[in-house]
Design a protein around this ligand. Structure first.
Ligand code: ZN
Length: 139
């Protein structure tokens, strides 16, 4: 949806804090970056202070290819917020790096969505300050 639409119908903004700041900075540059452990190489999302694998506090931001598959989804036909235009689909995407993200699937009719559908990230600027990572159907 357009910046103009969201100017008239603002949606709740993501909450940026020290653990996820790198993620949102990446999204604002048009890059999907995921937290990766500097000690064991494990990917983690959502970002967190400690590696879920080895408990190291040494983290870095690594670029994801932005490709994955739909592992779950739901389609909303009633808006839960006045800024959300229905119908819209919320998907759980498993990236090739092995982590899962909650996002929106765009450019696909709800009836076309399938578990296992290949998807790729796109970046949707919804205001001067906010860019959201979303997904579209991939080949
Ligand atoms: Zn680790």
């Amino acid at each position: 949806m357009s910046v103009e639409y969201h100017r008239q119908h603002p949606i709740p903004a993501p909450t940026v804090h020290p653990d996820n700041q790198g993620f949102w900075e990446g999204v604002n540059r048009g890059e999907l970056v995921i937290q990766r452990c500097r000690n064991c190489g494990a990917w983690a999302h959502p970002p967190r202070p400690m590696c879920p694998g080895c408990r190291s506090l040494e983290r870095e931001w690594a670029r994801s290819q932005g490709k994955g598959i739909v592992v779950s989804f739901v389609t909303y036909r009633e808006a839960s917020h006045p800024g959300f235009r229905v119908p819209y689909s919320v998907v759980l995407v498993e990236l090739e790096e092995g982590v899962r993200l909650v996002s929106n699937l765009v450019g696909v009719q709800p009836e076309e969505i399938r578990i296992g559908m290949p998807v790729e990230v796109v970046f949707d600027r919804i205001s001067e300050e906010i860019v959201l990572p979303k997904f579209r159907k991939a080949d």
